[in-house]
Design a protein around this ligand. Structure first.
Ligand SMILES: [Zn+2]
Length: 113
């Protein structure tokens, strides 16, 4: 692991497709503050106007609505990918979300076994 000189308060995932579209899109901070991302996208992070958090942007290729992450205790969860035209994971129905997480748990289980 290399030591990073830059410190960030938050990390968020951005759909690569949003950057390719070259149009402004909104990035929501954990505090509920909204940052408007304007092209050209040259900065690796943005600052929330509300809580002043430095938010590092991690670009995910394509246009996924979410990626699979995990809580510190290993519980899988869906992390929203911002700027995506796909459905926000918070808007999936509970049964859809459960089905995805059940799949993930199976995969994790295989890895452990
Ligand atoms: Zn904020």
């Amino acid at each position: 692991m290399t030591q990073q000189t830059e410190r960030f308060d938050l990390y968020t995932f951005i759909a690569g497709a949003a950057l390719e579209r070259g149009k402004p899109f909104l990035l929501e901070c954990n505090c509920g503050g909204i940052v408007t991302i304007m092209p050209p996208f040259q900065d690796e992070y943005v600052v929330c106007p509300r809580c002043e958090a430095r938010i590092k942007m991690l670009v995910i290729e394509g246009d996924p609505g979410y990626i699979i992450g995990a809580d510190p205790d290993g519980t899988p969860k869906l992390l929203p990918v911002q700027g995506s035209s796909k459905q926000h994971p918070g808007k999936l129905s509970p049964s859809e979300r459960d089905a995805i997480l059940a799949q993930v748990k199976q995969q994790f289980g295989k890895k452990d076994g």
